[in-house]
Design a protein around this ligand. Structure first.
Ligand code: PAF
Length: 271
């Protein structure tokens, strides 16, 4: 695996690489990321991973400083997964001066769900992803469904800017007890880790109720939130949405997604 820390170095290496499949990450890689790397092989001659903890998508007081940085271990995992190139720039390479131009996703996509709790987050994500797209010029780019709203924002950005990039979704990889793998799971204490899969179990009940014919989406959301709250959780949202635009679905909608983010004291979990 070739490791590049400059834009010029990556571009030079990719000149004769053929079709490029890009997997952007912030590092601290787990099996969910590695599944994306493996999937990327079906979409390109060269698989390019990026590791960059993007300050623009963190709000003041969020975990930018303490976000786990595990570069050596990440390199070993990427090399073992057969990744061809890793782009891991320093902040000064990505943002040599403060970023003044931004990609602004529309509020109806960016200010709902996660965005309602993290104002500006999706603007930071869209801006860095656009920048990574310009740098690597991939033919395909892969993102996990765990961050479903992020996937939708990036898909719509690629469509609206006519980017010649296929946006490919990767399935969420879960631990045996159902918890979605996430770099931030490392923040959980053993007790919080044991409790965290409750969110997945609660969501699964909502999915099962819908599959069994319930169309009272608001009622199901309320019931699920109450169940989480009864166990000491603070649900940010548990939401049944149209999976293409994340808006409230009409009762006859069959393309649905159930999304949730909830806090258990200091811990965050997303399904
Ligand atoms: O999902 C992530 O790890 C990040 O939001 C991304 C897409 C790499 C942009 O910084």
């Amino acid at each position: 695996m070739q490791i590049h820390d400059t834009i010029a170095g990556l571009r030079a290496a990719l000149k004769s690489a053929g079709r490029v499949a890009l997997v952007p990450t912030m590092g601290n890689l787990h099996a969910g990321h590695i599944a994306l790397m493996t999937q990327a092989r079906n979409h390109g001659d060269a698989v390019v991973a990026t590791i960059f903890v993007n300050r623009l998508q963190f709000r003041p007081g969020e975990d930018f400083e303490k976000y786990p940085r595990t570069f050596e271990a990440d390199c070993d995992k990427l090399a073992a997964a057969g990744v061809d190139h890793l782009f891991a720039p320093a902040e000064a390479e990505m943002y040599p001066q403060p970023q003044t131009y931004h990609v602004e996703p529309p509020p109806e996509q960016a200010d709902i769900l996660d965005g309602a709790f993290r104002p500006g987050h999706f603007r930071g994500v869209a801006t860095v992803v656009m920048k990574l797209f310009q740098i690597a010029q991939p033919d395909a780019a892969l993102f996990g469904k765990k961050d479903f709203q992020q996937l939708m924002v990036i898909r719509n950005m690629a469509r609206d800017f006519s980017l010649p990039i296929e946006i490919v979704a990767g399935e969420t990889v879960r631990a045996a007890d159902g918890l979605a793998l996430s770099s931030r799971n490392g923040y959980l204490t053993p007790a919080e880790r044991a409790e965290a899969p409750r969110l997945w179990r609660t969501l699964t009940k909502v999915v099962e109720a819908i599959r069994a014919g319930s169309r009272d989406f608001a009622g199901l959301e309320r019931q699920a939130s109450a169940e989480m709250a009864a166990h000491g959780w603070f649900p940010a949202y548990i939401a049944v949405r149209d999976k293409f635009n994340l808006q409230l679905p009409p009762a006859h909608d069959s393309g649905l997604v159930v999304l949730a983010a909830a806090k258990d004291r200091q811990c965050n979990a997303r399904c």
